[in-house]
Design a protein around this ligand. Structure first.
Ligand code: AMP
Ligand code: GLY
Length: 421
């Protein structure tokens, strides 16, 4: 099978790494890829959002299967565009990707399917939104309805904060179109976990769960990021609870999507909060998380490509996923200044020394310099992953490798997995 992965982050490096190991693979490409991905795939210099160019390239190169990593091309309709050209694409249609593209769409699905989630309302004018905030009081959560690069959610401790968030989104247009309408929600509390399911439109197979670390600083301080680290398994989310969430949250959503004529095929990522009243849905994403993908794929024993093929053929019913017994933990190394203004161009050394048994290093924002040196070229730059019999062993492997990197302009959180250890 000729496969094209779309994207250039640590998640896509992990996807390429897993697909490259498949006996079903003939040749692997990645657009646009990065220097780490170039070690396992041939990189194609086309951006993840250049849909017509990607389709033409895939046709000319006899691609059998496209695997998009990030949400943006899915929300833009890459699956519809590829399938219109006769190329199988493992991901939701543009219509089904609304599960990530619109918060109110997801809340409607949750209500229609009886999925436990925070009480909510949608507003199209700031006057009505502010009125509601004054009636409900704080704490309260304000969300831009559309995609806002992970920054569209404000958890507000006071009414003033909530009103300021509404004003910024609806009157000052800080998120443009994405903030034209807002969702206002009841504030939930409890540990957050991410659950992943492989879906074929009807069936869903559990791919496991992970815990992310969204804030940039130790102890969950500082601004939100794409994710600074993850680990799996998650002790507060044992297998029985994972399965209950698959049955009560993921499967009802799939059924509702199919019922509406927009079946969901791809990776469904449920962001959950384990409240004292049970698990509740915070959001759906329509793709793997980054860096959650890295830890999940390090634990997956089955052939990822065979599993994806089964999902594309609507054959998940007869597919059985297998796992390694070991735990995995990922530490994201970011460039100084991330997330506001990451410094670019510093040299990273010591990758060969950091690599070793129980260690896997995935590239994200890296580039190759004129003399072949490895340079930082983005915010999140590397995901350093450790595996081991226990989470503590995985932690030791990952941080041991971090200690061998020579990159003074890089940083990481020192407390990934601390809650579980
Ligand atoms: P989202 O972009 O939907 O993932 O939201 C970002 C973060 O906001 C989540 O990871 C939660 O920590 C927080 N959040 C979202 N919705 C709620 C809620 N209803 N109650 C409390 N925290 C929330
Ligand atoms: N790490 C969270 C995400 O990928 O959305």
């Amino acid at each position: 099978m000729n496969v094209l992965v779309i994207g250039s982050g640590g998640r896509e490096h992990a996807l390429c790494w897993a697909v490259a190991a498949s006996p079903l693979l003939t040749k692997l490409w990645c657009a646009p890829g990065n220097p780490g991905i170039a070690q396992v795939a041939t990189c194609v210099p086309i951006g993840a959002l250049e849909l017509p160019q990607l389709v033409t390239w895939a046709q000319e190169n006899d691609i059998d299967l496209v695997i998009p990593g990030p949400e943006a091309p899915l929300v833009e309709g890459i699956t519809d565009a590829m399938e219109a050209a006769g190329i199988t694409c493992f991901g939701p249609s543009k219509a089904a990707a609304q599960l990530e593209g619109s918060k109110s769409f997801t809340k409607d699905i949750a209500d229609a399917a009886g999925i436990p989630t925070a009480l909510w309302e949608r507003f199209d004018t700031s006057a009505e939104a502010c009125n509601f905030i004054q009636r409900r009081g704080a704490p309260i959560v304000v969300k831009a309805d559309g995609l806002a690069a992970g920054k569209g959610v404000v958890v507000c401790g006071t009414e003033d904060e909530a009103i300021a968030a509404v004003t910024a989104m609806m009157d000052e247009d800080v998120f443009g179109e994405a903030g034209r309408s807002v969702v206002i929600e009841e504030c939930l509390t409890g540990p957050e976990v991410s659950l992943f399911a492989l879906c074929d439109g009807e069936q869903a197979l559990l791919l496991g769960s992970a815990q992310d670390h969204k804030r940039v600083g130790d102890g969950d301080t500082g601004p939100n990021t794409g994710g600074m680290g993850a680990y799996s398994p998650v002790p507060v989310f044992p297998p029985a609870l994972e399965h209950a969430c698959l049955e009560q949250i993921v499967k009802p959503a799939l059924k509702q999507m199919a019922h509406r004529g927009t079946p969901f095929r791809g990776i469904l990522f449920a962001g959950l909060m384990l409240t004292e009243h049970g698990p509740k849905l915070i959001e759906f994403n329509v793709r793997f998380g980054d860096p959650e993908c890295q830890v999940l794929l390090l634990r997956l024993k089955s052939d990822l490509l065979a599993a994806i093929q089964a999902a594309c053929d609507s054959e998940l019913k007869n597919f059985d996923l297998r796992w390694h017994d070991h735990a995995a933990l990922a530490v994201v190394m970011a460039a100084r200044g991330y997330p506001e203004a990451p410094e670019r161009g510093s040299v990273i050394r010591g990758l060969d020394k950091a690599a070793g048994p129980g260690v896997e290093i995935f590239h994200a924002g890296t580039a190759t310099g004129p003399d072949g040196e490895l340079l930082a070229a983005g915010g999140r730059v590397l995901t350093i992953c450790g595996t081991g019999a226990t989470l503590q062993d995985a932690h030791n492997a990952a941080y041991g490798a971090v200690g061998k990197l020579i990159w003074p302009e890089g940083f990481c959180r020192r407390d990934i997995g601390k809650r579980a250890l």
